[in-house]
Design a protein around this ligand. Structure first.
Ligand SMILES: [Zn+2]
Length: 314
């Protein structure tokens, strides 16, 4: 009888699930449904799991990548952005009570770091920092081949470090965090401000301005778009220098949609990192790279978590 890992990537718009035979990194089935629809999101997740579990086969473990903040030890989602029903939800218990197999949940950005470390750009590294730059900025840290969790599993919120004291309001309610000045929406907001001041650009009159629009305009040589990405890259590089001081990694991985912006983002990021680092010792054997797993990072991170818990159990 075959043994399988069932894994899921929970997002505000879609729930994805996949079945991986235990010895493989290739799924036998992957399915995706909208998060919103008949039933509660967790009932829909259970139905989705039922639909990917092969008949008459065993489940070794279920692992779920969910938007934080959450408690990975107790398996409780405190608050899921874009899923209002999930407040203090004991998701692990609900899934365990239904399937009666080991269940683990993890913060999606932490698990993205774990997935890149085990299956992606981070293979062979023992210490890495992963930063995802998209609608928000999330992070994950692997130290000595262990995912950094902290006391309640709330560690590695790399987007919520202060880079501009008293700066713009962040999604978390604080001010001047990296996410508030360097995420996709922050890039778009800054471009809109500059356009409203009459700064000339090929983006003038475009609605809506998004980070993708800015990235495309930068590729075409638009000066304002290039300045917007340089601004974000500079903030990111400044924060990365801090992460080098704290974690001393051999690899920094930049994931998320904004990381696709190329050298317009990465050149200023490297410059700022090099300027702010306190010793070039941190840069010896350091690699700064983009993520390798793309849209599958949530599922692969959950798979890495499933393998980790079943390795520990056996
Ligand atoms: Zn914040």
């Amino acid at each position: 009888m075959g043994r399988n890992y069932i894994v899921s990537d929970v997002g505000g718009t879609h729930l994805r699930a996949a079945c991986f035979p235990v010895e493989t990194e290739k799924p036998t089935v992957v399915k995706r449904i909208p998060t919103k629809g008949p039933g509660t999101p967790h009932e829909r997740l259970i139905d989705l799991f039922e639909s990917v579990i092969p008949k008459n086969e065993e489940i070794a473990a279920i692992a779920i990548a969910a938007p934080g903040p959450l408690d990975p030890f107790e398996g409780i989602i405190f608050k899921a952005p874009n899923i209002p029903a999930w407040r203090n939800l004991p998701l692990r218990k609900i899934i365990h009570d239904h399937f009666n197999v080991p269940v683990a949940i993890g913060n999606d950005a932490n698990l993205a770091a774990l997935g890149e470390w085990r299956f992606g750009a981070g293979r062979g590294h023992h210490n890495l920092v992963y930063i995802t730059v998209s609608t928000g900025i999330g992070g994950g840290v692997i130290i000595d081949n262990q995912m950094l969790l902290g006391l309640r599993g709330l560690a590695a919120e790399l987007g919520h470090v202060t880079v501009v004291p008293d700066g713009p309001l962040c999604s978390c309610g604080q001010r001047g965090h990296l996410e508030a000045v360097a995420s996709g929406p922050a890039i778009a907001r800054w471009v809109e401000q500059e356009l409203s001041q009459g700064i000339p650009s090929s983006m003038a009159g475009q609605e809506p301005i998004t980070a993708i629009v800015v990235s495309q305009a930068a590729n075409q040589g638009d000066e304002l778009a290039r300045a917007a990405l340089a601004r974000s890259g500079t903030y990111l590089g400044t924060a990365i220098a801090d992460y080098l001081h704290i974690f001393n990694p051999s690899l920094v991985i930049i994931g998320g949609g904004v990381s696709q912006s190329g050298e317009a983002l990465f050149a200023p990021m490297r410059t700022a990192m090099n300027e702010h680092v306190m010793s070039t010792k941190y840069l010896d054997n350091l690699t700064l790279t983009t993520a390798a797993l793309g849209d599958d990072v949530g599922l692969m991170g959950a798979l890495a978590l499933a393998k980790t818990i079943s390795d520990t159990a056996s």
